[in-house]
Design a protein around this ligand. Structure first.
Ligand code: ZN
Length: 374
């Protein structure tokens, strides 16, 4: 066959041009445009009404609704949302119930959380509260990394409402990533949400500002919660900051008042600096894991606080783990990786791990007195 040459073009230049064109196309193909996304709703205070905003296929959709409306599922979060008439205040202390379930560090892995909660019958197949009068504790870090942060927040709000009606409770505690997101530290934000912020013409923290329903709810959340003789918090109690754990209500109030302030501000203010210290504060501490404290120091700490145990997230383990003779339970089971995760069950003095297939593995037995370590 005879090659067809375009007229008026020298072959070498023509082929060079074609090659450059193909290279440009290839480069473009390897740099995909952000996929049109679904997100929402974002519910904004608009005086007598609420503005409910979704992003559906990359397009902003707005609806004005009454303040006590039920928002139908549109895109993003798949369930209807009953806008609460009021948000319950933070609980810092609660009585123990026969079953307490805890999970932490969800980091936007909504689908994995659903599988875990369904498999362990914390929720039913339709994602309704199934723990009756018992309690679920979320020990911080719902925000950042993953692409389904809002779905997770709406689910937890729904479960909190349903649990309250059933006589149970859902306690969502703030972790360092909640404070980072609200304070404008965007280092770990999923790019999807920066795109949502652009589409809604707000800053990222502006999506959770005081004029938003989720922002108002987050500003009711505690950092420390004592249930019976178990203290839950995201990072841990450092002996250097013992006072913060001796006065839980005051510490929670101080965190609430400081949410939304920038990192520079909270570090510069002597009143808030201990709350945000990257090494010793309740949302950042890792001293039970890195050798700062041994079993004797942990025993002294829990005795001083009158606790059987401290349950923490933040430091990722492959499995929920019992440390320091059962006085520290580490529950960040690596959900952020999006592959697996576990729930902690405390049923009277029996502790167990709830796995993704719904099976349960005893964590540690506490027959009467805590085990000795020597
Ligand atoms: Zn954390």
């Amino acid at each position: 066959m005879t090659a067809v040459r375009p007229r008026n073009h020298r072959p070498s230049r023509w082929y060079a041009g074609l090659a450059a064109c193909l290279l440009a196309l290839a480069a473009h193909a390897s740099d995909p445009a952000p996929a049109p996304q679904d997100d929402g709703p974002y519910v904004f205070d608009a005086g007598k009404q609420l503005d409910a905003v979704w992003i559906c296929g990359g397009q902003v959709q707005r609806t004005s609704v009454a303040r006590t409306a039920t928002l139908p599922p549109r895109c993003g979060y798949p369930h209807a949302i009953d806008v609460p008439a009021s948000l319950p205040p933070a609980v810092s202390k609660a009585a123990a119930t026969p079953r307490i379930v805890a999970v932490s560090d969800i980091h936007g892995q909504y689908d994995l959380l659903l599988r875990l909660l369904r498999a362990n019958k914390v929720i039913d197949a339709d994602d309704n509260w199934a723990l009756g009068r018992d309690q679920l504790v979320i020990a911080g870090d719902v925000f950042d990394r993953g692409a389904a942060v809002n779905e997770t927040l709406w689910l937890l709000l729904r479960l909190q409402q349903q649990a309250q009606q059933a006589g149970g409770a859902v306690h969502f505690l703030l972790g360092n990533h909640e404070t980072m997101a609200l304070g404008g530290d965007l280092r770990y934000v999923n790019p999807k949400y920066l795109q949502s912020a652009r589409l809604l013409k707000r800053s990222y923290p502006g999506l959770y500002a005081r004029d938003t329903l989720l922002g108002q709810w987050l500003r009711t959340r505690p950092v420390l919660l004592q249930v019976g003789d178990t203290l839950f918090l995201h990072g841990g109690v450092s002996p250097a900051e013992l006072e913060l754990a001796l006065h839980i209500e005051q510490t929670n109030a101080a965190y609430r008042a400081s949410l939304g302030r920038s990192k520079a501000e909270v570090h510069a203010d002597p009143a808030t600096a201990p709350l945000y210290d990257g090494k010793q504060s309740p949302i950042w501490y890792r001293g039970y894991f890195d050798g700062q404290l041994g079993p004797d120091e942990v025993r002294a700490l829990t005795q001083r606080l009158g606790l059987a145990r401290i349950v923490v997230g933040h430091t990722t383990m492959n499995h929920i783990s019992s440390l320091h003779g059962g006085r520290v339970i580490a529950i960040d089971s690596g959900i952020k990786r999006g592959e697996s995760g576990e729930l902690l069950f405390i049923e009277n003095e029996r502790l167990s791990r709830g796995l993704l297939d719904g099976s349960r593995v005893p964590l540690r037995e506490f027959p009467g007195a805590p085990p000795r370590e020597d």
